[in-house]
Design a protein around this ligand. Structure first.
Ligand code: AMO
Length: 439
């Protein structure tokens, strides 16, 4: 069969705009064949677009021979256009169908697809990721990325309203931002460069001019650990604010979270139904636990962690059972946090860094930053980092660095929370981890 070109056709409606109220109207739809069924003298084509599906009903005896031969040719995933009349009906769940006057076939698809996009025969995650472009056509995946889109849009607008300026910092950098570990190196002409782990140093410098900045973009971590919440490339939502401390930015963060939950709950009802997931709007303020309190809570649960040590994942799981939604952990031991986090003035063994937890998963971390160059150099040395490698960053601290604070949210982890998915790979379009570099 000769393939059609789009010609002068323009889409008039998405599938879900076709409702009984527009009975009798002519519509032009574009999409893909999700299913084809035959019943007596009638052929049913389920057309899918990004908004949903609509039934195209082809009564064999009442359509032109061209429509008939084209509809007979259709297979799953063919990309098509349909021009036809809307008709009210009792036989479809949505009470409506389209009777085609014309069908265009733009492209065919392989007869044997690597996975079943109708979801009737579920495939394993690895097989799905191998065929990701097709996998993303599944209703659940479309729903996940619409929720993610809503979350990003909501956060961006919220930050605009609060006076933050969106910035774009370099991804190719000369020295580590989050310590020496987990860096990818790249050949940069004849020099060695690295992929940025975060915009940390740049966002701190930018608050000297722009005062309140945010950035949403990919960052890179050479993660050795293959877990359900780590990627080698993830999207970070970063903010940094001048003349602010940890508590100021924690208040901003909890408001962001509440606002995102409320907006997703309201705007993404259909998506949440597809995902069989509920999002609750959390109450403010979130609990603020100190590191010491967490250790005490865990001890009561029979998990003893020596003071100063990191909290291992199984302990976080226990903590997540005690606190099943959002909570902060603050007042961490200074040595456990990055060099730029400010030690407390009254007890320098503790610092003004915090994590925002959702159940057992860290969604975000941040803190008050060090504004004194002298102290920053001391902390670099304590973390066995070479101040010489940070000399360009340190220079900025001679130019009038104000007190400042900030945080970063991992977008994929936020999406896991909002969509109820358990593996971070499901909520990244094309996930990258130690074992996966394609597609
Ligand atoms: P941190 O390293 O804690 O802090 O990262 C901030 C948030 O980013 C997410 N995240 C990741 N998500 C997926 N895969 C990863 N490998 C990964 N690593 C981090 C998490 C985490 O909470 N510069 C500081 C932030 C700041 O202080 O402003 C930073 O990068 O959700």
């Amino acid at each position: 069969m000769k393939l059609d070109s789009i010609g002068d056709w323009k889409r008039t409606h998405y599938s879900t705009d076709v409702k009984p109220e527009i009975d009798g109207k002519e519509v032009t739809l574009f999409g893909w064949v999700k299913e084809v069924r035959d019943l007596g003298g009638i052929r049913f084509i389920i057309l899918q677009d990004r908004e949903g599906t609509i039934q195209i009903t082809v009564p064999r005896k009442k359509v032109s021979s061209e429509v008939l031969s084209k509809s007979d040719f259709l297979q799953k995933r063919y990309s098509i256009g349909v021009r036809g009349l809307v008709q009210k009906t009792d036989i479809t769940p949505r009470g409506v169908e389209v009777i085609p006057k014309e069908i265009k076939i733009f492209n065919t698809a392989a007869f044997q697809l690597p996975i079943d996009v109708t979801g009737k025969t579920p495939a394993g995650l690895e097989a799905r990721l191998d065929a990701r472009a097709l996998d993303l056509c599944q209703d659940e995946n479309i729903a996940i990325f619409k929720v993610q889109h809503t979350a990003v849009d909501t956060i961006r607008n919220f930050l605009f309203e609060k006076g933050f300026i969106e910035v774009h910092t370099p991804r190719i950098i000369a020295s580590a931002t989050e310590g020496g570990a987990a860096l990818f190196s790249v050949n940069y002409f004849k020099r060695k460069a690295f992929l940025a782990q975060s915009p940390q140093l740049y966002k701190e410098q930018l608050i000297m001019s722009l005062e309140k900045v945010f950035e949403i973009g990919p960052f890179f971590r050479a993660e050795e650990s293959h877990t359900r919440r780590h990627l080698s490339e993830f999207i970070s939502i970063d903010i940094e604010q001048a003349f602010a401390d940890a508590e100021d930015v924690m208040q901003l963060l909890e408001r962001v979270m509440q606002h995102v939950c409320r907006t997703v709950k309201e705007k993404c009802r259909n998506e949440l139904t597809v995902l069989k997931h509920k999002v609750e709007v959390p109450e403010l303020p979130f609990k603020r636990l100190t590191y010491d309190e967490v250790l005490r809570d865990l001890k009561r649960e029979g998990i003893e962690i020596p003071w100063g040590e990191d909290i291992p994942t199984p302990a976080f799981r226990t903590l997540g059972k005690l606190h099943p939604y959002f909570y902060f952990i603050k007042d961490w031991p200074t040595h456990s946090k990055a060099f730029y986090i400010k030690p407390k003035d009254d007890n320098p063994d503790l610092c003004e860094g915090f994590d925002l937890m959702w159940q057992w998963i860290e969604l975000s971390s941040g803190g008050t930053r060090i504004a004194s160059k002298k102290l920053l150099i001391k902390r670099l040395k304590e973390q066995e980092l070479n101040p010489e490698s940070f000399k360009h960053h340190l220079k900025a601290f001679d130019f009038g660095m104000p007190p400042h604070a900030g945080w970063a949210i991992g977008l994929e982890r936020l999406t896991m929370m909002l969509t109820g998915r358990e593996n971070i790979r499901e909520v990244a379009l094309y996930p990258r981890d130690k074992f996966r570099l394609i597609p």
